[in-house]
Design a binder for this molecule. Sequence first.
Ligand code: HEM
Length: 500
Amino acid sequence: EPGLPPGPPTLPLLGNLHIFPKKFAHFKWVLKVGPGTAIVLTDAAAVKELMDKRSGSTADRPPMHVADVVAGGLNMAVSRYSESWRTLRKTAHTILTPQGSMKHLPIQRAEASQLLHDILCRPEAFYTHIRRFANSVILSVLYGKRAPRYETREATAFFEAQHEWELVLEPGATPPIDLIPILKYVPERWAKWKQDCAKTRKMQRKLYFGLLDEAKERLSQGEENGCFMEEILAKQVELGMDREMTGYLGGILMEGGSDTTSSYLQSLILALVAYPDAQRKAQEEIDHVVGSLRMPTLEDLEEMPYIRAMISENHRFRPVAPMLIPHCALNDEEYKGFLIPQGCTIFINIWGIFHDPELYDDPENFIPERYLLSENGTKPGADGSDLRPNLPFGAGRRLCPGIHLAQNSIKINAMNLVWAFNFTTDIDAQGNPIVLDTFDYQNGLLTAPRPFKCKITPRSAEKVDLIKQEFLEAADIFSKFEFGLSEEDKEFVMRSRAKC
Ligand code: HEM
C-alpha cells in the first residue's frame, strides 16, 4: 500500500496471519494481519520516537474480542486506551511506586529465603520452586496471603486459570473474530471458543473476587497486614474504583507479576549453567563483597558491577516479552516518510533490537561484560543513545507498572542464587552430560525456558547454615501472611522448618 513501509505480499482476508511467527521472531517490516496493518519496529530510534515520545498516539491496544468476553474489557494489559484503563493504571501507580514497592521488601526477602531453602531441599524441582516464589510474592503483596507450596490452593487455581487464558489467547485458538466480527454472533453450542472463554472467565472470577473478599473480610476484622488491596479498598471511592475494577486490577497484577518474574529467573539459571565463566565471575565478585558469613542485601548490589551487568545481560539475552505486548495507533503518524495508519497494530521487537549485531558484539552469547563497557551494553563505536535500561519493561504509557516490584525480586534473587549455589550441567542415566539448549523456549507473547535439568549444589557448609537460619527467621514475617492454610500446607510449613 502506498505510504506504508515495505512488507511481504499478502493473501486476501487473512493477510499475513499465516506467516505470523510463533517462534522467536526476528523480522523487520510490515505485516498485514487481516484487513488491518501490523508494523514491527526493530529499531531503537523508531521505538524512542514513536512509542516513547509520541506515546499519546501509540498507547492503545489492538481490539481483542476474547478479552472483552473473558474480563469485560477490564484486563488492564490488553484493554483499549479508555477511561477505565486510565483509572486502573492510575490506581496501580499509586501503590506500585518505588517507595510503595520497598514496603514489600521484607516479604520479598522472606520468600527469597524460602526459595533458597526449597532449592536446598529439592534442587531437582528448582523450576517450580521459582514459579511458587513469584506467585507467592505477588499474592502476599496484593492480597496479604501467601502460597507456601506450589500446590497451595490459590497458586494452583492461578496456574490453572492462567493456562486456560493462554490457550484462549494462542494464535489460531479462536477464529479471527476481530477481523470478521460477525463470528461473534455464532451461538455458543457451535463456537468452542465461547465455551473456553466462559470457562476462563469463571475460573478467573472465582479466584480474583474470592481473594478480594477475603482481604475485605480480614480488614473488617482488624486483621490487616498492609497489602495492596487494603490500600485500594480504603481509597476505592476517591480512586473511582468499583468492585468489578478492583477485582480485575488484582487479577491483572497477579497475571503480570507471576510468570514474568519466574521466567526471568529461570532464564538466568539457564544462562548460568550454559556460561560457567560468567557464573564464576559473578561468584568471585559476591564472595569478595559479601563473603560466607552473611546473606547478601539489596544495598550490596551497589558494590557489584558485574552482577548488575549480569542482570541487564539476562534481560537482553532472553527478554521475557520479546515483542512486548502489541500496541495500536490511536492516530495516523508519520515516521521518516512512512505512514503508521490509525488502528494499525504495532509490535515492538525488542528481541530483534537486543540481538542486532550492529549494536552488540556477539549478540547470540551471554556476555555480562558488555554492560561494563557501556550503559546499554552496546559495542564500542555503536550509538546506544536510543536504548534505555528499562526497555525490557515496555514503552511509553504502557511501560510495565510493576517494574519496581519486579526489579527488587530480580536483584535479591540474582544475588542470592549466585551466592548460594553452583549451577552446573547435569548428567543423564548413561552418564552423559545434558547439554542445555538455550533456545528451547515456550512460545507466546510471554516466554519462558521449557523446564530443563541442571545440577544445583550449595557452595559451602556455612552458606547452608545461613540459608537455614534466614529461612527460620522468616517465619515471623510469614506468619502475617499465612491465612486459611490447608492441612497439607500447614504440614509442609512445619516440616520444612523442622528440617532446618
Ligand atoms: C521480570 C518481570 C517483568 C517483566 C519483564 C515485565 C514486562 C512487561 C512488559 C514488556 C509489558 C508490556 C509493556 C508494553 O506493552 O509496552 C508489561 C506490562 C504490564 N506488566 Fe509487567 N513485567 C514484569 C513484572 C511485572 C509485575 C511484578 C507486575 C505487577 C505487579 C506487572 C504488571 C504489568 C501490567 C499490569 C502490565 C500492563 C500495563 C498496561 O498495559 O497498561 N509486571 N510488563
